[in-house]
Design a binder for this molecule. Structure first.
Ligand code: NAD
Ligand code: WQD
Length: 341
């Protein structure tokens, strides 16, 4: 049985990927410092799969601890989710972001080299494309100047990975550029649980419907889009998790063509903010309180993925609809908040 290290495995996307890995017969070891998650996520994972993954509360910024972990553990592959991800916070405290997101990656790669761990999957983001020149966005689209320190850490991380792959042909890396992950596991045992006020659209919607937030602010209705609100590619987190398993299998089987590959992970379909609001109202049966406010600085107008490469090369494509994702996000929110049906 292959043993996979999942950093940030108690976080939103990580926890869903741990479930998908366990369901495919992988043994999982999680590293997470709980900076944006809770150890109770282990209970949620165990309730779904029947297996409690090994977990180490370890901060990847601590080089010595990371080294000691690899001395103690035999690992066949790494999926590296752990990072700080709040765009606004990264503008206020860029050094936290550069330290956390880059040191963690460098220390992991150093241990990969030392211990011969060659299969590595990285969590990248569509944010690297900035405002694209054309839609849908292919992997060949240029990386634009980052609008936030967070986005810059993803660009620099990809450069670090590319250079490291160039220097060591044994190292095999897949960088996955996620579009907008939403939704939760169908069991409602794990899901997205932002600490404090949510920055992302869907958790803000579900918290508003649950009565935790007064109303949703829709950031702008005067964009050059069909209804004036921004367009994004919302991908169900369970589909996203599955793409990690497929990517890992590709590396383990040696099917990758070069030792640094990049894939877009999205649905290929763009939805506006107002479309998401309406879809949420339909699936939940709840009337959502919202108002149109000014544009949010730094928002791009429209992004959605060209999924051809992931479809053809990985043999993966999304299975679930945005409605299913919103329904699962709402079920999760209701469970967490104890909202009665
Ligand atoms: P998340 O915050 O829910 O999960 C990240 C996990 O990493 C958390 O559990 C956190 O406690 C842990 N962590 C952070 N720093 C750590 C450290 N130094 N040592 C150990 N653990 C640490 O975030 P997520 O939404 O699951 O995102 C996972 C990855 O995907 C991140 O790299 C993020 O940048 C990337 N990504 C996310 C999105 C999104 O919209 N959610 C989109 C594109 C890319
Ligand atoms: C989606 C749309 C908002 C909240 C961010 C990061 C990106 C990536 C994914 C990690 C936008 C609108 C939102 C609200 C709103 N993360 N909105 N009211 O901005 O596409 O991307 O998450 O890599 O790097 O920047 O996602 O969920 O914040 O916003 O109107 O209260 O919803 O303007 O159009 P975004 P989001």
């Amino acid at each position: 049985m292959k043993r996979i290290l999942v950093t940030g495995g108690l976080g939103y996307i990580g926890s869903h990927t741990v479930v998908a890995l366990q369901e495919e017969g992988f043994e999982v070891v999680i590293i997470d410092n709980l900076s944006n998650s809770d150890a109770a996520v282990l209970d949620g994972i165990e309730s779904i799969t029947g297996v409690r993954p090994q977990y180490e509360n370890l901060d990847l910024r601590n080089k010595q601890d990371v080294g000691a972990f690899f001395d103690r553990n035999s690992i066949d592959g790494i999926i590296h989710f752990a990072a700080s991800k709040a765009v606004g916070e990264s503008v206020e405290d860029p050094l936290l972001y550069y330290e956390n997101n880059l040191h963690s990656l460098i220390y992991l790669l150093q241990e990969c080299k030392k211990h011969g761990v060659y299969n590595f999957i990285f969590s990248s983001s569509c944010t690297v494309y900035g405002e694209p020149d054309s839609l849908p966005i292919t992997e060949a689209a240029p990386v634009k100047e980052a609008v936030s320190p967070y986005g810059n850490t993803k660009q620099i991380s990809e450069e670090i990975l590319r250079d490291t792959c160039h220097s060591d042909e044994n190292l095999q890396v897949i960088s996955l550029r996620y579009f907008n992950p939403i939704g939760a596991h169908g069991s409602a045992s794990i899901g997205e649980l932002p600490k404090g006020k949510p920055q992302n659209l869907v958790p803000f919607i579900t918290q508003t419907a649950a009565g935790i937030r007064e109303e949703l602010s829709v950031f702008g209705d005067d964009y050059p889009t069909p209804d004036g609100s921004c367009v994004r590619d919302y991908i169900h987190v369970v589909d996203l998790a599955e793409a990690h398993v497929v990517s890992l299998k590709r590396l383990i089987s040696g099917l990758n063509e070069v030792n640094f590959e990049i894939f877009n992970l999205g649905t290929g379909r763009g939805s506006s903010v107002l479309e998401v609001v309406r879809a949420f109202e339909t699936v939940s049966g709840e009337k959502l309180k919202y108002k149109i406010v000014d544009r949010r600085p730094g928002d791009v107008i429209a992004v959605y993925a060209d999924t051809q490469k992931a479809n053809d090369v990985l043999g993966w494509k999304t299975q679930k609809t945005m409605e299913e994702a919103l329904d699962s996000a709402w079920s999760w929110e209701k469970k967490v908040r104890g909202v009665q049906e």
